[in-house]
Design a protein around this ligand. Structure first.
Ligand code: ZN
Length: 410
C-alpha cells in the first residue's frame, strides 16, 4: 500500500481549478485588499467634504438659537451627518459592492434589487449608528475624562444586542430562512447537531444565491436566537454529504467554542483603544481636516472629525482584526476535523471558496488581509490530519517489521 502523501493530496485539490481560475481568484482577492484602502480614503474624503461645507455647524447654531437642549441638538446634527456620509459614499459602494461583484460573476442580482437591499440596510445601519453615537456624545458630555472607556463597553453591548436581534429581526428582511428540508442532508446535519449540543431545529437553508454566488455558510445569533445557516449556493454546486457535514462542523465550531463572545471582548478592547486615541488626537485631527466652527470634541458638529479618525484607525487595526478572525477560523477547522472527521469533504468545500479567496497568497499578504487562513494551508492541514489518522490506524501493535532500506533496493 502506498503511503498517503498530504502534500501531493493538497496539490491535487488545488489543481482541481485550472491556472486561469486561480489567476482570476487572485485578481479578485488582491483587488479586494486595495478596496480596503480606497474605501478608507473615500470615507475620509466624504467626512472632509461634510466638514468643509460647514453645514453641520450651521444646523447646530440654528438649533442652539432656538433653545433646544443638548440631547436633541446632538441627535439632529448626528442624523444629518450620518445621512450626508451615507449619500456621499453611495456611488463608491455601488461600484465596489455591486458592479465589481457583477463583473467577477460573484452576484446575479440586478442593480434594482441590490439597491433595494442596500437602502434598507443603510437605513438600519443609520438608525443603529444614530442611537450609538448619541449615547457616545452623551457620555462625552457626562464624563469628559473617561467617556472613551465607557464607550468601549457600550460598543460591546451594542454588538451583543445586534447579534441577538440579527437573526430574528434583520436577516429575515433580506433572505428567506427555511428549516433544512427532510432528506439525507438534514439527517446528517441533525445528527451532528445532536452530537455537539446544538439544537437541531436551529439549522436553516437560506436563499443566499439571491445576493451572492459565494459558496458559504454562517452562524449568527446568540443565546436563544443562535442558528446555523447554509446558503442555497451550497446545494446548487452539487454538494455531497461529506462536504455539508464538514462545513456544518466548522460552523458548529464557532458556536460551540463561543467565538461570538470572544469577538465581543476583542471589539470592546479595540474600541477602547481607538476611542482613547480619538480623545487625545481630536484637536490635531480637527486642525488637519480644517474643521472650522467646531467647539471641541463634545460638539456633534465635529462628528466628521471623529468619523474620519475611526476610519483611519480601523484601517490601521485591520491586520490585527483579520488575524484575530483567522485564529478562530483555524480553530473551527480543527473542530470540524476532530468531531466530524471529513478531511476530504472539508477540502472539497474549501476548494469551492477559492474563487473569492485566492488559495496561495504570500505569507505577509495572508497576515495583513486574510480573515481566514488561505485555502492552501487549510486543505494542507486537513490532509495532514488525514495522514496522521491513517498512520495511527496503521500502528497496530506487534506488527512492525523492520526492513533495512538497502534490503528492498532492486
Ligand atoms: Zn468560519
Amino acid at each position: 500500500m502506498t503511503r498517503f502523501d498530504p502534500e501531493a493530496a493538497t496539490a491535487a485539490y488545488l489543481g482541481a481549478l485550472g491556472p486561469e481560475a486561480h489567476a482570476r481568484a487572485t485578481a479578485y482577492t488582491q483587488g479586494g485588499h486595495w478596496l480596503i484602502l480606497w474605501t478608507a480614503v473615500i470615507g475620509v474624503a466624504a467626512y472632509w467634504l461634510v466638514l468643509r461645507s460647514g453645514v453641520l455647524v450651521g444646523i447646530r447654531s440654528r438649533l442652539e438659537a432656538r433653545g433646544l437642549g443638548p440631547v436633541r441638538i446632538s441627535a439632529l446634527v448626528l442624523g444629518a451627518a450620518l445621512l450626508a456620509e451615507t449619500a456621499l459614499n453611495l456611488p463608491w459602494v455601488v461600484w465596489s459592492d455591486w458592479a465589481r461583484e457583477k463583473a467577477y460573476g460573484m452576484t446575479s442580482q440586478p442593480l434594482g434589487g441590490w439597491l433595494g437591499d442596500y437602502v434598507l440596510y443603510a437605513l438600519i445601519a443609520l438608525v443603529a449608528s444614530l442611537v450609538m453615537m448619541s449615547c457616545v456624545y452623551a457620555l462625552i458630555r457626562r464624563s469628559p475624562r473617561w467617556w472613551w472607556a465607557w464607550s468601549g463597553g457600550l460598543v460591546s453591548v451594542f454588538f451583543v444586542v445586534s447579534m441577538v436581534l440579527a437573526p430574528v429581526f434583520i436577516e429575515p428582511l433580506f433572505n428567506r430562512f427555511d428549516p433544512a428540508p427532510p432528506g439525507p442532508v438534514r439527517d446528517a446535519v441533525a445528527e451532528l447537531a445532536r452530537a455537539n449540543g446544538v439544537p437541531a431545529d436551529r439549522i436553516f437553508i437560506y436563499d443566499g444565491s439571491r445576493q451572492s454566488n459565494r459558496y458559504t455558510a454562517n452562524v449568527s445569533g446568540l443565546v436563544g436566537s443562535a442558528r446555523i445557516a447554509m446558503s442555497d449556493v451550497m446545494f446548487k454546486k452539487d454538494a455531497d454529504i461529506a462536504e455539508v457535514r464538514a462545513v456544518v462542523g466548522h460552523e458548529m465550531g464557532h458556536y460551540v467554542l463561543g467565538h461570538v463572545w470572544r469577538n465581543a471582548l476583542f471589539l470592546s478592547v479595540m474600541a477602547i483603544v481607538a476611542l482613547f486615541l480619538v480623545d487625545r488626537l481630536f484637536p490635531v485631527a480637527a486642525r488637519l481636516l480644517g474643521a472650522r466652527g467646531v467647539k471641541g470634541l463634545s460638539d456633534p458638529a465635529g462628528y466628521p472629525v471623529v468619523g474620519a479618525m475611526i476610519v483611519v484607525l480601523s484601517l490601521v487595526g485591520n491586520p490585527l482584526a483579520a488575524s484575530f478572525t483567522r485564529w478562530a477560523e483555524a480553530e473551527s477547522d480543527r473542530f470540524s476535523l476532530e468531531r466530524v472527521r471529513e478531511p476530504d469533504g472539508l477540502a472539497r468545500a474549501l476548494v469551492k471558496t477559492i474563487e473569492y479567496r485566492a488559495a496561495t497568497p504570500g505569507r505577509l499578504e495572508e497576515i495583513l488581509f486574510y480573515t481566514h487562513p488561505s485555502v492552501g494551508s487549510r486543505v494542507r492541514r486537513a490532509m495532514e490530519w488525514k495522514a496522521a489518522q491513517q498512520a495511527a490506524s496503521r500502528r497496530e501493535p506487534m506488527t512492525v517489521t523492520l526492513v533495512r532500506p538497502d534490503a528492498v533496493q532492486p
